[in-house]
Write a protein that binds this ligand. Structure first.
Ligand code: CDP
Length: 223
């Protein structure tokens, strides 16, 4: 049996700051469940849009979100959200309609409250799946979801560089607008949490960022 402590790594940052690629690499290196909370907000938004709910209709969103049955399906090392038994396809959750609506939906306290326990519950999912810990990425992981995480990071990069990265991935995404909405909202705004390690990824490649974070994590683990 693995008697080493369960490790929680929190990575926050703005759109296209490098969170997902970094989290995936750390997940493989340390055998951590990769939890992309942005994909959760995106999946919920996609289901609301399917039902014809407008992103600016808080009462309707609140009513619908309360009725969703949320589960988790692990694929490889990643946790995917099931809504009423379905994993919403990637093309749909990363499409232009969701890009345009997700930050409005995610700004609502009722939505954040509905996802809070679900996100914390990923610790149990990771333990049951035999992972050594989890690496969770989002906007409020080190501040709200797991403020006591052993390792908390905040990734940032110049807006022009982030726009370039997102354009390379294809698709339509007004990341500056989402960042502005995410940073200015009242509920869990995007910000570097006190005590987190801030990393500027503008001029650093993925390998360098992963090496830096891995070193800190290994130090924390005493390896
Ligand atoms: O991949 P990208 O950085 O573009 O965004 P994402 O991580 O997929 O998150 C999509 C949106 O979900 C963000 O712009 C936020 O509005 C919201 N979100 C949030 O509010 N809190 C989180 N923990 C994660 C995402």
């Amino acid at each position: 049996m693995d008697t080493r402590p369960f490790l929680i790594v929190a990575i926050d940052g703005g759109a296209a700051s490098g969170k997902s690629s970094t989290a995936r690499a750390l997940s493989a290196r340390f055998n951590l469940l990769h939890v992309d909370t942005g994909s959760f907000y995106r999946a919920v938004t996609a289901v609301l849009l399917r039902r014809g709910v407008a992103a600016h209709d808080p009462a309707r969103i609140e009513a619908e979100v309360g009725g969703l049955r949320l589960g988790t399906r692990i694929t490889g090392r990643s946790a995917g959200m099931e809504i009423n038994g379905e994993v919403i396809p990637d093309a749909e959750i990363r499409g232009a309609a969701v890009n345009g609506a997700v930050s409005h939906v995610a700004a609502l306290p009722a939505v954040r409250a509905a996802l809070l326990a679900y996100q914390r519950g990923q610790e149990g999912v990771a333990r049951a799946g035999g992972f050594r810990g989890l690496v969770m990425e989002g906007r409020d992981i080190g501040s709200v979801i797991f403020p006591g995480a052993a390792c908390r990071f905040f990734l940032h990069a110049d807006p022009a560089e982030r726009a370039r990265r997102r354009a390379l991935e294809g698709g339509q995404d007004a990341i500056a607008l989402r960042d502005q909405l995410d940073s200015s909202r009242k509920a869990a705004p995007l910000a570097c949490p006190p005590g987190a390690v801030a990393v500027d990824t503008t001029h650093q490649g993925l390998d360098e960022v992963v090496a830096l974070l891995s070193g800190i994590i290994a130090g924390q683990l005493g390896e």
